[in-house]
Design a protein around this ligand. Sequence first.
Ligand SMILES: C[S@@+](CC[C@H](N)C(=O)[O-])C[C@H]1O[C@@H](n2cnc3c(N)ncnc32)[C@H](O)[C@@H]1O
Length: 252
Amino acid sequence: MKKYSNRFATSDAVSSYEGAEYAPDGYASLIWELQKPFIHEILEAQDKGPGSCRLLDFACGTGRVLSFCEGFCAVSDGLDISAAMLERASERCQQSRLVVGDICTEAILLESPYNIITAFRFLLNAEPPLRVAVLEQLRRRIHSEHGILIVNMHGNSASARHLPLWLRRLRARVNPAKHQEVMMAEMSLAETRVLLRNAGFRVIREIGFGVVPGFLYRSSLKPICHWLDRRLCGSNFFKNISIDVIFVCVPI
Ligand SMILES: C[S@@+](CC[C@H](N)C(=O)[O-])C[C@H]1O[C@@H](n2cnc3c(N)ncnc32)[C@H](O)[C@@H]1O
């Protein structure tokens, strides 16, 4: 299995992320559209403290989240280990500084402390030691009084995504060669909270998105699935069984 940090190194991986995972009107794009107003509201409400507001989008990839958030801050940086992903980000982002590097092993010139740090679609699939190392680095770079971390975990083990994943695992056992590159990670909300707390963050808000599993969006039920997920997103009750949960955290 390829290490997570190398997974997005090639132009093929970038094309697949943009063209397949984030195909217009695909599952991931529809969930992202549901998340945007919530992120907008969080960024607007954030006490940015004195001085100029600084944002870091860690593992910014193709700039999907960074291009949406950059307008809220005077300084915005995107950091990613993949030069190929950043090449795409440079076409999308208007004002952000894009930096290639590994936050865990290199002395990267970042303009810390940041008031807002975002890290989307990173925690779930990163290897457990990498999750810990990255969160510790982000904790060191966040403003202790006026900082918020916004991360998501897009594979809640208590969601309906668990069933198709279980079937995939079964198929991978039967035919390991065919399924070895498929990402099948899951995490519980409790595990995510512990991970964040151990790195020095306190979760102040959790927002859930996507109760219906993605495979149903590929059927004729798609309009109903989308309607349901639009209705249920942000609900405190359904958060526990949502596939993708955003955690808003402050440094302890
Ligand atoms: C699934 S993509 C998410 C991109 C973006 N955050 C988004 O939500 O669209 C994961 C990103 O993490 C980056 N990545 C993986 N390991 C990394 C590391 N050690 N340091 C920085 N970025 C890393 C990959 O290069 C890739 O761009």
